[in-house]
Design a protein around this ligand. Structure first.
Ligand SMILES: *Cc1c(COP(=O)(O)O)cnc(C)c1O
Length: 843
């Protein structure tokens, strides 16, 4: 019998990780040692693990820079239409492995490290996540960057280089969330390049002067925007695009104008005030917090980015360098600006300000250019998430922009009035300025009016936009409304996080599916192939074992690797209904206690996610989960048939470990509330089955995987609407369903918090008396559906066949498909899988 393969040898055999050619490996070792010596200034006697990580990161980075420069030269020479993706969030996660995957360097680097006695996986763990996002919206932006580069688009991501990303979440001994600052730049960031030579001024406050030669915005305070560029490599096509993140810098003369004796020191200290603009990411997911600093951030990215866009347009070869006066009519043919939600909506009045005030275009001409250039993506219908900025704040910080918004609104209202004479209620509903409870600017309305395309992020969500929230706008301008169902990049969310699965697939259908995910359909031919079924199940088991080791190290709980791994990971939010999951856990627990000798299908139920620090209910949901875990995990009657684990500090890196290990994916939001979801897609691609409602992209996943291959339960959107008309009465369910009553009585009676019986009073009151998301209405069907899940899980072959149908049907959810649709249907550019020449190719 031959010796079992070591992890290293196993990985080497995985072809999707690239070839480890001898020369390649030798070169990597040489360059690694060079960086250790010259960049880190260390030798192997004193080098730390972190030094080795940085040496490796720099070695890999060297393979990027030539391609990066070449790509940008290529764009300059070809002058294609540029795509600008503006986002307040880019939830990138780690960069090292992603770069190696896209450049086919993974196995070669692994081998080089191995030969030097280092473990690459251990070095990868040293890299901090770039956690510049809250959840789905920020991660979508990151997936889009990967797809735009992989599809050869001349695209740029523009955002803010937050000094502190999303907080690190700790769970205290008593089971509460604790937030810690995410000091991700402490040890330096090898992937970014500061570009102080391209610094740009951003103005705030001041007042406007209306003069015969136009409007002037004067007496402003200036903050500088310092760009940091991060390369975005495409998948094996030698394209490297740029993500440019702005950092706030006080000008040298900041506050020194009013220099007086004793004022100098204070003036220097006060530079912080300006530099605070890029200090920290606001940690709210799907929630609007109308803070001045946040409005400053939104204008900061917009003002700096538009200067960049216009400069690049003006100096473009095509453009207008030679022409005395720039032909801005060409702007929409050369530039597309995509607004990731309303957060960068100020791009619309800012572009108008530049065109009208600075470039002296007539309003009508400027407006036509603006609308044809901008497009807007809506991410939510939850009213508490929609940005509505108070007028006084707006007027104080951006006086000129408010005037422009008023002028946009005046003309917009004129048009509404002429199309719907006498319909004053419609005018009120459609106004950019909301009255009542203090005037506010409705940023979504501004975006719809100022953009030529408005899209939702899943079919059902786009339909809801047209039918409800933006109905009036749809009736007036139906041509603007589109759908672009979200997607995820299969590079990070399959090849990188689940190489074993990628390889098993590649053995059947080749490697092309990695850039053309629809090819996964070919796997349907193997649903009855026993060898393939065995391989798929074996990979899942391997991933589960690996994650179990991680969990046991981390949480000191013994995991039953034969239990079903039932996972809900996403931000903690009432609408996502982690509480419904809790009710199932308690119900399952009660059933085991009632019939301890029955052959229950064992589960390890994991819930993870961050609560916004100011969101009390979300924090109490976390406390409830930890409380349930405390009781369940220590009950000897239960044993290893049920474990409840709160996954601490859920972030991109933890998603990459947890999702490949999942058997069951929980996607249980109230129908009509989750715009799309992307976590759902990651699980599907990684061979988990979904229990979910007909919400967001679940609807389309169900369609793609085929009848009966998702576990769908609960109210549909129409049922929810119906219930809203008739009224939802939680108490009816409570008194009618004994198992539900038992759960609630336990929570309210202190069963899970014996030392503090009233601890969950707020949660009980919420569920019983003011639950906007109707948890009880879906309880019965959810429990039934979970029973069905367990029954199917008992038959591994039937289960795995469903898994194969899911993987085979997940092609639609590649962000390559999403981006191709944005490209063709909104931006007017054509995606391509063609490679450009590599730096080492002959020219
Ligand atoms: C994909 C992802 C999300 C989005 O998950 P949903 O279930 O769609 O809300 C949130 N956070 C992280 C870290 C992710 O990777």
């Amino acid at each position: 019998m031959s010796k079992p393969l070591s992890d290293h040898e196993k990985k080497k055999q995985i072809s999707v990780r690239g070839l480890a050619g001898v020369e390649n490996v030798a070169d990597l070792k040489t360059n690694f040692n060079r960086h250790l010596h010259f960049t880190l200034v260390k030798d192997r006697n004193v080098a730390t693990k972190r030094d080795y990580y940085y040496a490796l990161a720099n070695t890999v980075r060297d393979h990027v820079v030539g391609r990066w420069i070449r790509t940008q030269q290529h764009y300059y020479e070809k002058d294609p239409k540029r795509v600008y993706y503006l986002s307040l969030e880019f939830y990138m996660g780690r960069t090292l492995q992603n770069t190696m995957v896209n450049l086919a360097l993974e196995n070669a680097c692994d081998e080089a490290m191995y030969q030097m006695g280092l473990e690459m996986e251990e070095l990868e763990e040293i890299e901090e996540d770039a956690g510049l996002g809250n959840g789905g919206l920020g991660r979508l932006a990151a997936c889009f960057l990967d797809s735009m580069a992989s599809l050869g688009l001349a695209a740029y991501g523009y955002g803010i280089r937050y000094e502190f990303g999303i907080f690190n979440q700790k769970i205290s001994k008593s089971g509460y969330q604790i937030e810690e600052a995410d000091d991700w730049l402490r040890y330096g960031n090898p992937w970014e390049k500061a570009r102080p030579e391209y610094m740009r001024p951003v103005h705030y406050y001041g007042r406007t002067e209306h003069t015969p030669d136009g409007v002037k915005w004067v007496d402003t305070q200036v903050v500088l925007a310092l760009p940091y560029d991060t390369p975005v490599p495409g998948y094996r096509n030698n394209i490297v695009n740029t993500m440019r993140l702005w950092s706030a810098k006080a000008p040298c003369e900041f506050n020194l104008k009013d220099f007086n004796v004793g004022g100098y020191i204070q003036a220097v200290l006060d530079r912080n005030l300006a530099e605070n603009i890029s200090r920290v990411l606001y940690p709210n997911d799907n929630f609007f917090e109308g803070k001045e600093l946040r409005l400053k951030q939104e204008y900061f990215v917009v003002a700096a980015t538009l200067q960049d866009i216009i400069r690049r347009f003006k100096v473009s070869k095509f453009g207008s360098r030679e022409i005395a006066r720039t032909n801005f009519q060409e702007l929409p043919n050369k530039v597309a600006i995509q607004l990731n939600d309303t957060h960068p909506a100020l791009a619309i009045p800012e572009l108008m300000r530049v065109l009208v005030d600075d470039e002296k275009l007539a309003w009508d001409e400027a407006w036509d250019i603006c609308v044809r250039t901008c497009a807007y993506t809506n991410h939510t219908v939850l009213p508490e998430a929609l940005e509505r900025w108070p007028i006084d704040l707006f007027a104080k910080l951006l006086p000129r922009h408010l005037e422009i918004v008023y002028e946009i609104n005046r003309r917009h209202m004129e048009r509404v009035a002429s199309l719907y004479p006498g319909d004053f209620d419609r005018m009120r509903r459609m106004s950019l300025i909301e009255e009542g409870g203090g005037k506010r600017v409705n940023m979504a309305h501004l975006c719809i009016v100022g953009a030529h395309a408005v899209n939702g992020v899943a079919r059902i969500h786009s339909d809801i936009l047209k039918a409800t929230v933006f109905k009036d706008f749809y009736e007036m301008d139906p041509h603007k409304f589109q759908n672009k169902t979200n997607g995820i990049t299969p590079r990070r969310w399959l090849v990188m996080c689940n190489p074993g699965l990628a390889e098993v697939i590649a053995e059947k259908i080749g490697e092309d599916f990695i850039r053309d995910l629809d090819q996964l359909r070919k796997l349907e031919a193997f649903v009855n192939d026993d060898g393939f079924i065995r391989d798929i199940a074996a990979i899942k088991q391997e991933n589960k074992m690996k994650f179990a080791v991680h969990l046991e190290e981390h949480y000191k709980v013994k995991i039953n690797p034969n239990s079903m791994f039932d996972i809900q990971v996403k931000r903690i939010h009432e609408y996502k209904r982690q509480l419904l999951n809790c009710l199932h856990i308690i119900t399952f627990y009660n059933r085991i206690k009632k019939e301890p000798n029955k052959a229950w299908v064992p589960r390890t139920i994991m819930i993870g996610g961050k609560a916004a620090p100011g969101y009390h209910t979300a924090k109490m949901i976390i406390r409830l989960i930890t409380a349930i875990g405390e009781v369940v995990n220590n009950d000897p009657v239960v044993g290893d048939r049920l474990k409840v684990i709160f996954l601490e500090n859920y972030r991109v890196t933890l998603a990459e470990k947890a999702i490949p290990a999942a058997d069951l994916s929980e996607q249980i939001s109230t129908a009509g509330t989750e715009a799309s979801g992307t976590g759902n897609m990651k699980f599907m691609l990684n061979g988990a089955l979904t229990i979910g409602t007909m919400d967001g992209a679940n609807v389309e996943m169900n369609e793609e995987a085929g009848e009966g291959n998702l576990f769908i339960f609960g109210m549909r959107v129409e049922d929810v609407d119906e219930m809203d008309k008739k009224g939802y009465n939680a108490h009816d369910y409570y008194s009618r369903i004994p198992e539900l009553k038992q759960c609630m009585d336990q929570i309210s009676g202190g069963y899970f918090s014996p030392k503090e019986p009233g601890l969950f009073k707020d949660i009980v009151d919420l569920l019983m008396y003011h639950d906007r998301f109707k948890v009880f209405a879906d309880y019965e069907d959810y429990i039934k559906c979970q029973d069905h899940v367990s029954a199917v899980y008992k038959n591994p072959k039937v289960w795995t066949k469903k898994v194969i149908y899911n993987i085979a049907g997940s092609g639609k959810f590649s962000s390559d498909r999403t981006i191709s649709q944005y490209a063709r249907e909104i931006w007017g550019v054509e995606p391509t899988l063609e490679k450009i020449a590599a730096p080492d190719d002959p020219k």
